[in-house]
Write a protein of this length. Structure first.
Length: 370
């Protein structure tokens, strides 16, 4: 019988942390996540399915720390809470209140202009700092296969209007899927764009590039950047470009080509507009690793999949297993809306109003291949 390595979950007393009773399947020690941060307790929470797939989550940033499939850890990250705080990277994090850049660090809603915290060159990036990835979330429930976390963002936090209550459930499903589900409500009209920012290396070789993995994306358009890496409000057809993954091909096949959009970001770091129209029964993307004979299929209700190939990794960040993550050692597949949507009327709306409930579901489903 598989042992749950979650320790004592003293949720009613406010001590929602997993105390160490042993190591997880990924080798993580829950005791290294047990700390007090901003007056709140952090911990590591372990969930699994009957097939042996296991996910470990910390309530610091509502982060996915490890994901075990086929005896391999398939996401990058750290083995202790201190490194997550020091590195300030988005490994496995829930990013919000608004993932991506809001140009000008402001937007107008219902005739009222809202000025946001500027934390970039004239932009609000990933909701400002501290963002959702930097907050200690409250664990509100757990079963063998699920953990639910909540964060209440104060009215005016980083300039965003409305008290926003976000609930996130991670589930390891019996189809060997990591299911990520969000719900949110607000007290004032606001904008919202949430995503999970996990770095996947589905072959489990975290010290190697993912450029030999194959990628298929259910998209024929990307949103394009200006020279400052802000969305310019335009779309580009992928046909005939390095962004054409309508048929599976290696991620690295055209990643270094002389292309204006690739030059802006140093590789893939772009939002692919999906053809799934919010149907999470249709595949949005598929990543295939031939060496480990593993396939990961992404399903989502979101209109966009932002694909980032770890171009900014430099090999100087020491992560789990003592590995220094090299450039392009992982790929992010962030289900979301487009950045700067509050200032781009042609983009799908990210407005949330009182009385409405935002809901989003994304699944990363693993299957073996012959």
């Amino acid at each position: 019988m598989m042992r749950r390595v979650v320790g004592l979950l003293l949720l009613m007393s406010g001590m929602g942390t997993a105390m160490a009773q042993g190591l997880t399947r990924s080798g993580l020690n829950p005791a290294r996540f047990d700390s007090i941060m901003d007056g709140k307790r952090t911990g590591l929470y372990t969930i699994a399915n009957r097939q042996g797939m296991e996910a470990c989550v910390t309530n610091y940033g509502a982060r996915l720390v490890s994901l075990m499939y086929g005896g391999r850890d398939c996401v990058t990250g750290f083995d202790n809470i201190g490194d997550y705080r020091r590195e300030r990277q988005n490994y496995g994090a829930t990013v919000g209140r608004y993932v991506g850049r809001i140009k000008g660090a402001k937007f107008t809603l219902d005739g009222q202009e809202h000025h946001l915290q500027e934390n970039g060159k004239g932009v609000t990036s990933h909701g400002g700092y501290p963002g959702f990835a930097d907050r200690v979330w409250t664990v509100t429930g757990q079963t063998d296969s699920t953990v639910t976390l909540q964060y209440v963002s104060a009215d005016g936090e980083n300039g965003f209007p409305g008290e926003l209550t976000v609930s996130l459930t991670y589930k390891v499903s019996n189809r060997n899927g990591l299911e990520v589900s969000y719900e949110a409500t607000t007290t004032k009209p606001t904008v919202l764009n949430l995503t999970n920012h996990s770095f996947f290396n589905i072959g489990g070789r975290l010290d190697r590039e993912i450029t030999d993995e194959w990628l298929w994306v259910n998209s024929d358009r990307i949103a394009t950047f200006d020279a400052q890496k802000n969305l310019n409000g335009k779309m580009m057809k992928v046909k005939g470009t390095p962004f054409d993954f309508r048929k599976p091909r290696k991620i690295g096949a055209r990643i270094n080509e002389d292309d204006a959009q690739l030059k802006v970001t140093g590789g893939y770091d772009h939002s692919f507009v999906l053809k799934t129209k919010g149907n999470d029964q249709k595949a949005a993307a598929v990543v295939t690793d031939m060496e480990s004979k593993t396939r990961m299929t992404v399903y989502t209700t979101e209109p966009v999949l932002h694909i980032y190939t770890g171009n900014g990794l430099k090999g100087n960040t020491r992560g789990k297993q003592g590995i220094y993550y090299p450039r392009r050692s992982a790929v992010c597949l962030e289900a979301m809306h487009l950045a700067d949507s509050p200032n781009q009327p042609a983009f799908p709306s990210t407005v949330l109003r009182p009385g409405e409930t935002f809901r989003s579901h994304t699944a990363y489903v693993f299957t073996p291949i012959d």
